[in-house]
Design a protein. Structure first.
Ligand code: G6P
Length: 372
């Protein structure tokens, strides 16, 4: 039952393993006979959805990173410009909004005050509002024109895990629904992406198998003072999410960087022994991006970094330069984040445990921040 650890040492340990179901349950009822149809979106009408000129995604913390991942997918599929902004920054900068702007808010709890105030502000300015929320009847979905609920089930641990993968899933369904209504992709093209999405729960189950090797890694690293995360394209938000998890749970200074930005500053941080997680894009989809990230790995390795590569099965190009390789199953590029985040969640959880900290209730944090 909710509120019960069900034999797991922590709620987080339980919730991490519930991620395959979180995705499967969020898909259920929204793909019918191979066609994406998110019933909640009928509230807008197909005409209004076709007329949208701009999407602005808002959220805080992990929810904002789910939005950043989805930006790549929604722009690619629906051909609509997507911006992602932290709710508290959006609200206070006089954003340009009109009735062809769709505001998509993301909030697990549906009660985050910063996000609620941003949604209210956007509505008053004439935008249409869609809420992606995990909590039935929460304030943000009630204050929005429409809501797509993620069906991850109650999330108790302060650090968000299963809600994150469910948010990406809901946003992907939204993006593919939008692509269908707008005619930006053919039925076959949409079908291919839906098949990728439907294959994710089984791949998530398999990636959870890295738990044991992550535990060993975390034990070695329990006195680490700083960890960097590098990613490119959709791997970039994953890098930031991995860093956030480590700050939240293990109280370790951590930063996520876009791999291409390395040479513009962060490489100065690399000194012998510095641990760096690198999310390596698949070489099957973009040999160019893959080669660029492998060359980043060589650059930091040459300066003494300890490289932990998250790479797809069969990617041997990383082997000569990585101290550790953590494998994720093969997936289409836009779907890799849902898999690549899992080892990073587990790493933060195991490091927190290795340091004797409270995984579910990190200091100074609240599950839902209901003040501005
Ligand atoms: C708090 C939590 C984070 C969470 C953020 C957004 O800061 O500690 O884990 O990502 O709020 O919460 P929401 O409920 O709006 O998704």
């Amino acid at each position: 039952a909710a509120g019960d650890k069900g034999g797991w040492p922590s709620f987080m340990a339980k919730e991490v393993t519930e991620q395959p179901d979180a995705v499967a349950n969020t898909i259920r009822g929204r793909i019918v006979d191979g066609v994406v149809d998110v019933p909640e979106l009928t509230a807008f009408g197909d005409e209004a959805l076709s007329a949208i000129r701009r999407v602005i995604i808002i959220g805080c913390g992990t929810a904002a990173y789910a939005g950043l991942v989805a930006k790549y997918a929604i722009e690619n599929w629906a051909g609509v410009p997507v911006e992602v902004e932290l709710s508290h920054e959006f609200r206070y900068r006089d954003p340009v909004i009109s009735d062809d702007t769709l505001i998509v808010s993301i909030s697990q709890s549906g009660e985050t005050m910063d996000t609620l105030m941003a949604v209210k502000y956007a509505r008053e300015a004439g935008a249409r509002t869609l809420s992606i929320c995990n909590t039935q009847g929460a304030t943000i979905p009630r204050e929005s024109d429409a809501a797509i609920y993620t069906h991850a089930g109650p999330e108790v641990a302060v650090a968000s895990t299963k809600a994150f993968v469910a948010q990406i899933t809901a946003l992907y369904l939204f993006g593919l629904h939008l692509a269908r209504v707008r005619g930006s992709l053919s039925a076959d093209q949409i079908g291919e992406q839906l098949a990728e999405l439907e294959a994710i729960p089984a791949k998530l189950s398999s990636v959870l198998g890295v738990g044991e090797s992550i535990r060993t890694l975390a034990h070695w690293m329990s006195d680490t003072r700083s960890v960097l995360f590098l990613g490119r394209h959709v791997g970039y938000p994953v890098a930031m999410e991995g860093a956030l998890k480590l700050k939240e749970l293990a109280y370790i200074h951590a930063e996520g960087f876009a791999a291409g930005e390395l040479k513009h500053g962060p490489i100065a941080l690399i000194e012998p022994g510095q641990p760096v997680f690198v999310i390596v894009p698949s070489p099957r989809h973009s040999a160019l991006l893959h080669a660029k990230v492998v060359s980043n790995i060589q650059e930091i390795r040459a300066r003494g970094a300890r490289v932990i590569a998250i790479a797809e099965e069969g990617d041997v190009a990383v082997l000569p330069f990585a101290d550790e390789v953590i494998r994720i199953p093969l997936a289409a590029p836009l779907f890799e984040p849902i898999l690549a985040v899992v080892p990073l969640q587990l790493f933060a959880m195991e490091l927190s445990t290795a340091k004797g900290l409270d995984v579910d209730q990190p200091r100074n944090l609240a599950k839902s921040v209901t003040v501005e």
